[in-house]
Design a protein around this ligand. Sequence first.
Ligand code: C2E
Ligand code: CA
Ligand code: CA
Length: 567
Amino acid sequence: MDGEIPLLIADDDPITGLLLLENAKKWGYAPVLVQDGKEALDFLKKEDSPKIAILDWMMPGMTGLELVKQIRELSFEVPPYLIILTSKNEREDVVTALGNGADDFIVKPFDPMELRARLGVGRRIVGLNQKLSGAIEEAKRLAHFIAHYDQTTGLPNYHTLLERVSEICMGSTPAVLLFIDIDDFKTINQVLGIDAGDLLLNYFGARLKEVVGDTAMVSRIAADEFAILKPVSKEEMGTPEEIIEELANQITNVLKRPFILKGEEVTVKASMGATWLDPTPGIPPDEFMRRADFSLRRAKNSSEERAVVYDPELEQELKERFALERELDKAIDSGELTLFLQPQFDTQSKMVGAEALVRWQHPQKGLVPPGVFIPVAEESGLIIKLGKWVLEETCKIIVQTKKSQLPIAVNISAKQFNREEFVDEVKEIVSIKGADPSRLIFEVTESLLIQDVHSVIKKMEELAKIGIRFSIDDFGTGYSSLMYLKRLPISEIKIDRSFIMEIPHDENDVAIVEAICAIAKSMNLELVAEGVETREQIDFLRSKGEITFQGYFFSKPRPWREVIELK
Ligand code: C2E
Ligand code: CA
Ligand code: CA
């Protein structure tokens, strides 16, 4: 017998009570004797009271039957096992008792050995119930753990973080909410294996805990994203930005130490986005989560190592940018774009070409300059669609101005050029429109050369085969080396307006322009000066040799029909 088992005996008959008491002790129970039904009920109600009870049918205060009924209305983790004690001539009452929730009965006068056996049954059943209840508790604990903690790292998960953020929103202490994303985590997973990745996640979480100690909650909120929620006490010094910066610096510092994964030293960097969480009525908890996430996305897109701190103005700007992006997308389809041409002249002031420049006639905003919408188009990828439209329009103009034979330059963005389909698409557009490709000049910038130079050359050569010429736009502002330049099948370079502006007064610009002129001459390239505005500039440039002029001195970009004659 393992330990004494608590047992409640409720009987108002002193002799029976005593007899039960003494026997129970001998059988290894720790019995308590009460003589009143109510008293017995109070006893059994308590969760830690005896789980086995012998209850007399007839008692003062409350009958055994009433007692059973009331007990069964209560909920217990492990319900008590109730044995009813009745007299021989009360058989019907036994049925009633069992029907109302008693577990067993014994008839007075009873055989002690039978009672012992019946108590034994009770013990087994209570034992089973206890085991079951333990298992249920364990399962509940596990379910709670799974719902609130991350399995890989054992850290609180997104759900738990959101709960804590909600709590802080209801309090009065501000906090820092910082999201951290491991850069290139995918690569580590791919190169070293998933188990090494899991290991890194664990170590990474531990490093973050090392930084904040008990002052903050570290959680894992997505695959390779962690969060720190740090309440900020009133005594803490500094502006929100300073406090966030300090925390981010500490994290950057602990990440300088390499991690050892499968015997290999791995150093990781992280992107961080944060928001100041100041409990404000009307701002729901998930709004703060969204702000931290927004900042993290910004951080991922920038190369800076600092944490990006949430800034509502920045978000407003971005919203407007997105709106512009959507409007531009529609504008391309709905005919709000038009092409202007800016003519180019030789040293005898004869028109020798023109550059196609796109314009957006916005129904509300009026004429939106390309300086505003081209960068948006570049970033969003809309430049592909826009570039295609520009090329199609230019081809139409070429067809409609057969008589003039004037070449037209088209700006081609690097994003557009670098697409694999670019060459085929150009050929298709040119042939569908029936335009003469030898009247096309593609203006590309040096940024093109950041890509694989071989494929750039190959594409250019293919297009050169059908007669398209290439010009390097904004020459001198990029990073291209002359070596590469030599290998490209280009026929022209355009001196950027920024170098033209201050000549002949600025010595540096004069030197640069002279150098570019020399390069063009030695490489046998046409030379275009753009942004020419004054007589002085023209005289200076003319003195350097053959050159084509483009600029406000001659003409601003104008609707194309005003620039070249129709056929
Ligand atoms: P860009 O290719 O360097 O074009 C020359 C810009 O300088 C044009 O501005 C033109 O109007 C301006 N410009 C010409 N002469 C003068 C001058 O004497 N003084 C001054 N202050 N400016 C002068 P725009 O039309 O506003 O275009 C700006 C930029 O937008 C272009 O720079 C080009 O990068 C881009 N862009 C315009 N149209 C297209 C296009 O169809 N496709 C692509 N990918 N980009 C385009
Ligand atoms: Ca250009
Ligand atoms: Ca330019």
